[in-house]
Design a protein around this ligand. Structure first.
Ligand code: NAD
Length: 256
């Protein structure tokens, strides 16, 4: 039987067919889930709508996560459409390109604020709105993080700080939402060629370095990350919450 048959999942963060969220959406559909996808602006809407159509997703909603009114509207629409849901995938982040090169110490106040707001606070804002929909079915929330939260990755800069806040948020949300049976976890993915990754100076070097030094001697694929998201949103992970699951070909365990 399909693992997510009869389940409903809202997936935030498809920008194009390279997005990690897109791999997750495809996998969740293949496992029988009904989906909702979102887009933050008209340019991304143009790419998301045909992708949604290609996998039979009818529910496509606007939602810039830095705007409380848009968050209210998106979760209001989900409540109206579904009443209850099973999974929420938060696969989004933003930092100004200028802040993903050079020295972290030069990060301007406004850039720091925006990166933390869109990339970390949004999970809290979404979890609060999703909890009443998820709780009756004891659902799951999954977000996407990166090793730059734990270690210094040159050029990752303010995004590393945002991911550290995101991972700490996962733990605090796991405690709060655990009371209603909702699980909250993160996947720490190895580097993948996506639109967001293209904004990080020296990203190709990161890819090569990871592939050379990871125990599996290669990089991961979006499909492998999607498999981990499927696990975390499935009953097989019923006892897992507050966790950061590394899907990085093992790179994070290496010391030298
Ligand atoms: P991507 O560019 O395909 O996805 C990023 C998404 O963030 C886009 O869909 C974009 O629309 C969305 N977004 C940005 N600002 C937004 C806003 N204000 N409101 C709503 N959505 C907004 O890139 P990706 O690599 O698939 O990124 C997905 C997640 O995975 C991010 O959290 C990223 O940090 C994380 N991640 C990526 C890698 C990698 O190497 N690509 C590795 C580890 C973690």
């Amino acid at each position: 039987m399909s693992i997510l048959a009869g389940k409903r999942a809202a997936i935030f963060g498809v920008a194009n067919d390279h997005s990690i969220a897109w791999a997750i959406a495809q996998r969740f559909r293949a496992e029988g889930a009904e989906l909702a996808l979102t887009y933050p602006n008209a340019a991304i809407e143009k790419r998301v709508r045909p992708l949604a159509e290609s996998i039979g997703v009818e529910c496509v909603l606007p939602c810039d996560v830095s705007d409380d009114a848009q968050l209210d509207a998106a979760f209001g629409a989900l409540r109206e459409r579904w009443g209850e849901m099973d999974a929420l995938v938060h696969s989004l982040a933003f930092a100004d390109r200028d802040d993903l090169k050079g020295r972290f110490v030069d990060t301007p106040r406004q850039s720091y604020h925006v990166a933390l707001d869109v990339s970390a606070y949004s999970l809290v804002a979404m979890a609060r709105r999703a909890e009443p929909l998820l709780a009756p079915r004891r659902g799951a929330i999954v977000t996407m993080t990166y090793l730059g939260a734990e270690r210094v990755i040159p050029h990752y800069n303010v995004m590393g700080i945002a991911k550290a806040a995101l991972e700490a948020s996962v733990r605090y949300l796991a405690w709060d939402l655990g009371e209603t049976g909702v699980r909250v976890n993160a996947i720490s993915a190895g580097p993948l060629r996506t639109l967001s990754a293209a904004g990080i100076a020296g990203f190709k070097t990161m890819l090569h370095h990871n592939a050379e030094h990871a125990p599996l001697r290669r990089n991961v694929t979006p499909e492998e990350v999607a498999g981990a998201a499927l696990f975390l949103c499935s009953p097989a992970a019923a006892g897992v919450t507050g966790e950061v699951l590394h899907v990085d070909a093992g790179y994070n365990v290496m010391g030298m």
